[in-house]
Write a protein that binds this ligand. Structure first.
Ligand SMILES: CC(C)(COP(=O)(O)OP(=O)(O)OC[C@H]1O[C@@H](n2cnc3c(N)ncnc32)[C@H](O)[C@@H]1OP(=O)(O)O)[C@@H](O)C(=O)NCCC(=O)NCCS
Length: 178
């Protein structure tokens, strides 16, 4: 699969999202929690990354997702995962950039998130996108108990060319090529 697209999730995607969530996290969000974010939370947005069909008629499959809130001036990244076989292809980066773009459109000024202290992959991803460590929230996570790093991007800036390159913004689905 050489191509993938990003598009909004719907409640029909819930089952696939639950599968990925359970595969990626030691304390996965429940189906109910995910369902609320997909349809019951007015602040929430949910984007999917889907592997594009390799031939005509082939179906697409969900390879990653990002749930985020836009709460007034703030984008809150809530839940991000990419299936193992599709990692290190820039999918998470594109999902986060898409969220930041939507935040800017909705007049958000900054973005925040929490990440497990031991999650070096996610930490590197966010650092590379310009987020900085703000503080530690001790014993924030369970299974295993672990500190959270609070990270922030303020302002959501384009100074470093953050919101450019492999994301095409012509409306409709966003396509990124490998
Ligand atoms: C963290 C996660 C979402 C990253 O997804 P991904 O699609 O592989 O990330 P990307 O390909 O967009 O990576 C972008 C950059 O992040 C950094 N990065 C990502 N994974 C990394 C890793 N395993 N080790 C070091 N750096 C990493 C790199 O700088 C990378 O750029 P590069 O590939 O050009 O070096 C994915 O590993 C995942 O789903 N993990 C399990 C769930 C999770 O931890 N979610 C985040 C919770 S806060």
């Amino acid at each position: 699969m050489g191509e993938w697209i990003i598009e909004p999730a719907t409640v029909e995607d819930l089952q696939d999202i639950v599968h990925i969530e359970e595969a990626c996290f030691s304390t996965p969000w429940t189906r109910k929690m995910l369902a609320v974010e997909l349809s019951g939370n007015p602040f929430a947005h949910f984007f999917l990354a889907k592997g594009a069909p390799s031939s005509e008629g082939a179906s697409v499959s969900i390879v990653g997702y990002l749930c985020f809130w836009v709460v007034f001036e703030e984008v809150r990244l809530m839940n991000l995962a990419v299936i193992e076989s599709m990692r290190r292809k820039g999918i998470a980066r594109a999902l986060v950039m898409q969220a930041l773009e939507m935040g800017l459109v909705k007049a958000a000024r900054c973005a925040v998130l929490e990440v497990r202290a031991s999650n070096h992959a996610a930490h590197a991803l966010y650092r590379n996108l310009g987020f900085r460590d703000v503080t530690i929230r001790p014993t924030y996570y369970t299974n295993p108990i672990e500190d959270a790093l609070l990270m922030e991007l303020d302002p959501i800036a384009t100074e470093s060319g953050l919101l450019t390159q492999d994301v095409h913004r012509e409306g409709g689905p966003i396509t990124s090529r490998q």
